[in-house]
Write a protein that binds this ligand. Structure first.
Ligand code: SF4
Length: 334
């Protein structure tokens, strides 16, 4: 594989809340390669948004290194940091909050074009704004240029956010639940726009989501990392992980996806968890953090933290008993 574009090396991020020390991210190592799509999945509160902010340089981790093109972003010179900042952009879940409500679509996109002197005249700016809107499928661009965010659907607002994110020619976009606020019928079209930006502009994506179905759709040739209470528990090629999940947590997530066809739903094997409660990052369980819920837990699980083991083919799993626990498959063919 190529050299990583961005990398977290043994990164931990602790927050203080009164006397409580909350480990939002604990000893996480993660690489994003140039032009790839990496999905980071897990339940709300597992630390995935914090990982995104650390990649962006918005949060300085308590320990560990954050590298971009091989350089630690927290040890960069002012000049190096200034060059790094535009290369990593973010698209948030709430497109309504991230777009200025009193700016038209034209003003939103023209501001960075003019500020960074990418365009110099009104004609050049209009032409560039038209091109950007066309690229993200806001068509016809001239019609939408003078609209305000409240005139647009969630899907169109997210497309405008994506257009704005590409202006400074980023190499990486952190997309944090970008389609959670978009109507279900329009989600695929927004993900298709992101795939086009990935393919045509070679922009790598870190796709942060709790939704395995959209993760598989968006990063179908890419990789996935699964997070649980601040730790990465399984990583690898997304198709391999979904077809052959080895960590009981990923098996449980997959078994909980609803199936619309009642005949197929009957065939689905649910993985029975010992508890439905997600532990708090302020009081994480000892050893394997999944042990209070895991149906296969043994004494070692409570005592020792499992390391990520490579099962081959870049498939890594943090589970002491990975060789023993039964394999699990969707088994939905009729
Ligand atoms: Fe379950 Fe033990 Fe594996 Fe953790 S280490 S996932 S508790 S079997």
């Amino acid at each position: 594989m190529d050299e990583a574009l961005a990398e977290l090396k043994n990164v931990s991020m602790y927050f203080k809340k009164g006397n409580l020390k909350i480990g939002a991210v604990v000893d996480v190592s993660l690489k994003i390669y140039p032009g790839e799509i990496l999905s980071l999945v897990g339940e709300s509160g597992c630390g995935k948004t914090t990982v995104g902010k650390i990649f962006l340089g918005r949060l300085k981790p308590t320990s560990g290194e954050v590298l971009f093109e091989g350089k630690d972003i927290w040890r960069m010179s002012k000049k190096e940091y200034k060059e790094f900042r535009p290369l990593v952009q973010v698209v948030h879940q709430d497109s309504y909050a991230s777009l200025n409500p009193v700016r038209t679509v034209y003003q939103t996109l023209a501001a960075p074009l003019q500020f960074y002197k990418i365009t110099r005249t009104r004609e050049e700016t209009e032409k560039k704004v038209e091109e950007l809107l066309d690229m993200v499928g806001v068509i016809p661009p001239r019609y939408f240029m003078n609209k305000y965010p409240f005139h647009l659907s969630g899907g169109l607002r997210q497309r405008v956010s994506l257009a704005r994110a590409t202006i400074l020619k980023p190499k990486l976009i952190i997309a944090d639940e970008p389609v959670s606020g978009v109507d279900a019928s329009l989600r695929i079209s927004v993900l298709d726009v992101m795939r086009r930006l990935n393919k045509e502009l070679n922009i790598a994506f870190l796709y942060i989501t709790h939704d395995l179905a959209t993760a598989r759709y968006f990063s179908r040739e890419g990789r996935m990392a699964v997070m649980y209470v601040g730790k990465i528990v399984e990583t690898g090629g997304i198709n391999d992980l979904i077809e052959n999940p080895r960590h009981p947590y990923l098996q449980a997530l997959l078994s909980a996806i609803p199936v619309p066809d009642p005949k197929l739903a009957k065939k689905k094997r649910l993985l029975p968890l010992r508890s439905l409660d997600l532990p708090s990052a302020g009081h994480p369980p000892s050893g394997c953090r999944f042990h209070p819920r895991c149906p296969y837990a043994k004494e070692i699980c409570e005592r020792e933290v499992p390391e990520l083991k490579d099962l081959g083919n870049e498939h890594r799993v943090a589970c002491h008993l990975v060789e023993e626990i039964p394999k699990w498959a969707l088994e939905l063919e009729s």
